[in-house]
Design a protein around this ligand. Structure first.
Ligand code: HEM
Length: 441
C-alpha cells in the first residue's frame, strides 16, 4: 500500500504595511533627531500601521492602533521578544533589557517585588522629604526650570530604593549618573563603532565610566554584605544579593552591576520628565490648578490622580514599546510579518488617537475622573510581560512630589506659549525645562 504523505501547509505569504519612500538616510536621520515629528507626519500620511527603515534596526513596523497594541502586548514572549539591539548595549548583557523568554521571566520575578505597591509605601516619606529639601532652594517670584530639581529628586528616590541607606558612595553615584544618562540617551539611537577610538570618543568615555561605576558598586556590595542586619534589609541590592533563581543559583556580580545601572538610569529621568511636563501643563491651565490646590488642602487626591494620568497621555515621555518577532511569521491584523521583524508600539500615536481620546490635544484631566484609563490605549508604561517594572513606583513618586509642591507653593499661571518637545534621545522633556514661577504658601 502506498503511504500518502501530506505536504506541510505553505507558510502564509508575507504582507508588510506601507513603507515611506523617503531615502533611508533621511529616515535614519529623522529617527535619530526628530523621531516624534517624523512619526506624526508618517501617521498622517499612512495611517495607523506603517513601516520605516532605520539604521541599526533595518525595517521597523510602527503600530499606532490600540487593538493591535493589545494583540502585541498579550502575545506570548516565545513569539515576541525585545527589539534587537536595545538599551542593553548601554546597560550590559546582564540587564533585563537583554533578556528574553525564560531568562526574562526569571529576572522579572526577582525584580518586580521591591517595586510592588506594598513595598513602595515605605518610600513615600523619603520622597516627601527629598521634595521638601530640593524645593527649599527654589527662588520665589522668578521664572525657573523645574526639570533639574525633578531629576535630583527622582534620582535620589531610586538611589534610596536601590541601595537603602545614604552614604558617600551614593554621593558619588549622584555625581556620575546624570552625565552618563545624557550621553547614553544620545548614543542609544546611534550605531556602535566596531573599533575602539579610545577615551576621547563617546564610547571610550562610556567604557571608562563603567570602570569607575563598578568600583563604587563593589564598595556598596561590600558594605551591604558586612551589615549585621543584611538579612532584614529591604533595599533592591540586598534583595538581589540574597535572592536565588528557582534552580538555586544566584545572580552574578556582573549581572547585578548591569541591572542596578538599568534601574538607576531607566528609573529616574522618565519620572522627572513627566513631572516637568506636569508643571508645564498646570501653569497653563488655571482652572485645573485651582481645583487641584483646593483638593490638596481638603486632603483629597482624585483629581491629582486624573491629572497624572492625563499628563502621561498628552505629554508621553517614552514614545514607543519595541518588540522582535521570534516565530516563523507573526500575523498582525491584516499584515503578515516574517521572523526577525522589528515592531514598535507607537505609544504617542495611540495617546493622540481621537477615536479613543476625543480632542486629544486638549489637556483635560476630567476624562479620567471616575473612570479607569482604557487598558490598551493608555499605555505610558508599555504592556504585557515587558511592561515597565517601575510603573507603580513612578506613579507613587509623581503623586507625592506633586502633592508636596502644591501643599507648600502657589504656582503662578501663565498665558505663555506651550513649551516645545525636546528629544533627549530616549525620553522627551519640555524644551525649556518645565518653567514656573512660585511663591511659598
Ligand atoms: C513615568 C515614569 C516611567 C515611564 C514613562 C516608563 C516607561 C517605560 C516603558 C514605555 C517601558 C517599555 C515597556 C514595554 O516594552 O512594554 C519601560 C520599561 C522599563 N522600565 Fe520604565 N518607565 C518609567 C519609570 C520607571 C522606573 C521608576 C523604573 C525603575 C524602578 C523603571 C524601570 C524600567 C525597566 C527595568 C524596564 C524594562 C522592563 C523589561 O524589559 O522587562 N521605569 N518603562
Amino acid at each position: 500500500m502506498t503511504e500518502v504523505v501530506q505536504a506541510a501547509p505553505a507558510p502564509p505569504a508575507i504582507k508588510l504595511p506601507p513603507a515611506t519612500r523617503m531615502p533611508a538616510l533621511i529616515q535614519g536621520l529623522g529617527f535619530a533627531t526628530a523621531r516624534r515629528r517624523m512619526m506624526r507626519n508618517l501617521a498622517r500620511r499612512y495611517g495607523k500601521v506603517f513601516s520605516v527603515h532605520v539604521p541599526i534596526y533595518g525595517d521597523i513596523v510602527v503600530v499606532g492602533d490600540a487593538q493591535l497594541a493589545r494583540q502585541i502586548f498579550t502575545t506570548s514572549p516565545d513569539e515576541l521578544g525585545n527589539i534587537k539591539p536595545n538599551l542593553s548595549r548601554l546597560f550590559g548583557s546582564g540587564s533585563v533589557f537583554a533578556l528574553d523568554r525564560e531568562e526574562h521571566r526569571r529576572r522579572r520575578r526577582l525584580l518586580a517585588p521591591p517595586f510592588h505597591g506594598k513595598s513602595i509605601k515605605n518610600y513615600e516619606t523619603i520622597i516627601e522629604r527629598e521634595t521638601l529639601c530640593e524645593t527649599a532652594k527654589w527662588p520665589e517670584g522668578k521664572l525657573f526650570p523645574t526639570l533639574e530639581s525633578m531629576n535630583r529628586i527622582t534620582l535620589n528616590a531610586i538611589l534610596r530604593a536601590v541601595f537603602g541607606a545614604d552614604g558617600a558612595e551614593l554621593d558619588e553615584l549622584r555625581r556620575i549618573i546624570p552625565p552618563w544618562v545624557t550621553l547614553g540617551s544620545r548614543l542609544a539611537a546611534l550605531p556602535m563603532p566596531k573599533r575602539n577610538y579610545g577615551r576621547l570618543s563617546p564610547w571610550g568615555w562610556m567604557a571608562e565610566w563603567r570602570q569607575n561605576y563598578d568600583v563604587i558598586i563593589d564598595k556598596l556590595i561590600a558594605n551591604e554584605q558586612s551589615d549585621p542586619n543584611f538579612h532584614e534589609r529591604t533595599d533592591v541590592l540586598a534583595l538581589l544579593l540574597r535572592s536565588t533563581y528557582e534552580d538555586g543559583s544566584a545572580m552574578s556580580r556582573k549581572d547585578i552591576g548591569d541591572e542596578l545601572l538599568t534601574l538607576l538610569a531607566a528609573g529616574h529621568e522618565t519620572t522627572a520628565s513627566t513631572l516637568g511636563w506636569a508643571f508645564e501643563r498646570l501653569c497653563r491651565h488655571p482652572e485645573v490648578l485651582a481645583d487641584l490646590v483646593q483638593e490638596v488642602d481638603a486632603g483629597g487626591s482624585e483629581l491629582r490622580h486624573a491629572v497624572i494620568l492625563e499628563v502621561q497621555r498628552v505629554r508621553t515621555v517614552i514614545d514607543f514599546a519595541p518588540r522582535h518577532v521570534f516565530s516563523d511569521v507573526y500575523q498582525l491584523g491584516e499584515w503578515t510579518l516574517p521572523r526577525g521583524s522589528s515592531l514598535i508600539v507607537n505609544i504617542a500615536q495611540i495617546h493622540e488617537d481621537p477615536d479613543v481620546f476625543p480632542n486629544p490635544e486638549r489637556f483635560d484631566p476630567q476624562r479620567f475622573m471616575g473612570s479607569k484609563p482604557p487598558a490598551f490605549a493608555w499605555i505610558p508604561f508599555g504592556g504585557g510581560t515587558r511592561r515597565c517594572v517601575g510603573a507603580a513606583f513612578a506613579n507613587m513618586e509623581l503623586d507625592v512630589v506633586l502633592r508636596t509642591v502644591l501643599q507648600h507653593f502657589t504656582i503662578e499661571t501663565t498665558t505663555a506659549r506651550d513649551e516645545r518637545w525636546h528629544g533627549r534621545g530616549v525620553a522627551y522633556t519640555p524644551k525649556s525645562g518645565g518653567r514656573i514661577v512660585v511663591h511659598r504658601r
